[in-house]
Design a protein around this ligand. Structure first.
Ligand code: VTB
Ligand code: MG
Ligand code: MG
Length: 327
């Protein structure tokens, strides 16, 4: 895939972020999400790809745009065939309440390389490059923390775990506390939490817990580019999740499989892009300025070369056709 697609993808997440950033703190997560979807979809239409959404906003009947199976891009015969994973607004509750870490996010890989994860939950563990090869999702919290601490040349009490504040994580949290590990609880948004393990200045060493399976594939794309490590297990919680799994062929037997980084994202030639909507662990949120301007901060990554770019942009909202339309 052409390396210059990286900049095209930044435009996609920037537009989504600019569109939904307006909804910060307004208590309307549905309107915020819709704005992000509209912004993202319009920008996709300008990109030279033959894309198929494999991780999207849902099935066609529940999501009219960016639904799973939707064909997106300019679709010229010479354009590369790609899998697309999107979450136009990851953290709809966060933006509705004006809380940190909401992002607009997407990943792209050659056709057939992004896991078609069912729309249910995934048990996950992730670490940064230093602890690559040291995680085992089937092993105890204690053994994982011992190995990660070792790899990071730290004591467990110097490690920081990030984990979503949910009752389902009670056992992990209890165990991490018993071992003296520092813990950062977050309310929503586990894509940015998982990726934060790979940026040293976040101070976060390990991510554990059960969150969205689609979010797991998005995080894996970034972690692959950043040289970190991740494992997942498809783990429905509610009845409907179990039903969805059966429908999609994720039988009880298949759900026992430990999905490694290469199962989640099978090609190195993967792209990942995210733009901050609210301020977060590694991205600043959207700012709206005087004179119809706004700023965004994004990160774009390319797996094949391992290049990570942070892109600070200033946008003139009344000069860009798509922005005029979605804002
Ligand atoms: C997860 C997580 C997401 O919502 O899907 C979570 O991956 C849902 O968990 O990042 P609950 O059902 O316990 O709320 C997010 O946090 C935000 O979409
Ligand atoms: Mg979403
Ligand atoms: Mg989400």
């Amino acid at each position: 895939m052409d390396r210059n697609l990286a900049l095209e993808l930044v435009r996609v997440t920037e537009t989504a972020a600019l569109a939904c950033g307006r909804y910060m703190g307004r208590g309307d997560k549905i309107a915020a999400d819709q704005a992000a979807v509209d912004g993202m979809r319009q920008t996709f239409a300008t990109i030279k790809i033959r894309g198929e959404v494999v991780i999207g906003e849902g099935e066609l009947d529940e999501a009219p745009m960016l639904y799973i199976g939707e064909k997106i891009g300019m679709y010229n015969v010479d354009d590369p065939e790609v899998d697309i994973a999107v979450d136009p607004l990851e953290g709809t509750n966060l933006i509705a309440k004006g809380l940190p870490n909401a992002i607009a996010v997407m990943a792209m890989g050659p056709k057939g390389t992004l896991l078609h994860a069912p729309d249910t939950y995934m048990k996950k563990i992730a670490v940064g490059p230093k602890a690559k090869g040291c995680i085992d999702i089937k092993d105890t919290v204690e053994n994982n923390l011992i190995r990660v601490a070792d790899a990071c040349k730290k004591n467990i009490r110097d490690l920081t775990m990030i984990i979503q504040d949910r009752e389902r994580h009670e056992d992990i949290i209890k165990e991490a506390r018993r071992l003296g590990c520092r813990i950062k609880l977050f309310s929503d948004g586990d894509v940015s939490a998982a990726i934060a393990t790979c940026f040293e200045d976040t101070g976060i060493d390990i991510f554990m817990g059960t969150g969205g399976a689609p979010e797991g594939v998005l995080a894996a794309a970034a972690i692959k580019c950043l040289g970190g490590d991740m494992q997942g297990i498809i783990a429905p919680i509610y009845e409907e999740g179990f039903e969805r799994c059966e429908e999609l062929g994720w039988t009880e037997e298949k759900r026992k499989t430990v999905l490694g980084l290469d199962d989640l994202v099978s090609s190195d030639d993967v792209f990942f892009a995210a733009t901050g909507v609210s301020d977060g662990e590694f991205l600043q949120g959207v700012r709206y300025l005087e004179d119809n301007r706004a700023t965004t901060q994004s990160v774009v990554m390319r797996g094949s070369t391992g290049t990570i770019r942070f892109v600070d942009a200033q946008h003139k909202l009344d000069k860009n056709e798509i922005l005029i339309d979605v804002l």
